[in-house]
Design a protein around this ligand. Structure first.
Ligand SMILES: C[S@@+](CC[C@H](N)C(=O)[O-])C[C@H]1O[C@@H](n2cnc3c(N)ncnc32)[C@H](O)[C@@H]1O
Length: 196
């Protein structure tokens, strides 16, 4: 592993540690957020990614957008497993570089696109499926854009955080159990909405 990669890993681990402390010292809810909270990179486990894409019923012709795409795993998985066009929107240029390299490695760079953009402002009108692993304030801020810009039949799937005041069509708790720092037991929740 080269020095840049090592530094990046240490940086990611310390962000994860800071996040864990926040979890442990707050009410027990993961990511007790205030409206100004920055959203760190915390990856969705691949089993949960798979279930999110299944619940969204991704099929040929869909266009999947992951808002806050991190290392690109959701986008790359959608492209590889379903052969669909998928777009990752991410503010962190390092993560975008990592995601692009990974997409190339996986042979899906023609399907997987990554843009360094603010997910709150990006044009999502081409999406038929939107995936999220963001904080509640972000999801809530996106709701009017989802309702205005997404076509009927589009699906939104969110990991762990719902959208206040917008009941999902489906909520599922994943079988995977994770023990997080501090001994906190975490079960992953997936929410699904459909645009009528
Ligand atoms: C919890 S991670 C989720 C990563 C990936 N979607 C997954 O599920 O594995 C959230 C990501 O959103 C990015 N992010 C935070 N705010 C953002 C914004 N306004 N626009 C785009 N990306 C953002 C962070 O850099 C981070 O990589």
């Amino acid at each position: 592993m080269n020095t840049t990669k090592k530094r990046r890993k240490v940086f990611q681990r310390s962000r994860w540690f800071a996040l864990s402390l926040l979890i442990v010292f707050t009410t027990g809810r993961a990511w007790a957020a205030s409206p100004i909270d920055e959203i760190p990179f915390v990856p969705t486990p691949i089993e949960v990614v798979d279930r999110m894409l299944e619940l969204a019923e991704v099929k040929k012709g869909d266009v999947v957008y992951d808002l806050g795409s991190g290392d690109g795993r959701i986008v790359i998985r959608a492209a590889k497993k379903y052969g669909v066009k998928a777009v990752g929107i991410e503010m962190d240029s390092w993560l975008v570089a990592e995601a692009r390299a990974k997409a190339k490695e996986e042979g899906v760079e023609h399907l997987a696109e990554f843009r360094i953009e603010d997910g709150l402002k990006t044009d999502i009108s081409a999406a038929t499926v939107v995936t999220l692993y963001m904080l509640p304030w972000f999801n809530e801020a996106m709701r009017p854009r989802f309702q205005k810009l997404l076509k009927p039949g589009s699906r939104i799937v969110a990991h762990d955080y719902g959208i206040e005041g917008w009941p999902p069509a489906r909520t599922e708790i994943h079988d995977k159990v994770e023990i997080r720092p501090g001994g906190l037991v975490h079960r992953h929740t997936i929410y699904l909405w459909k645009i009528e």
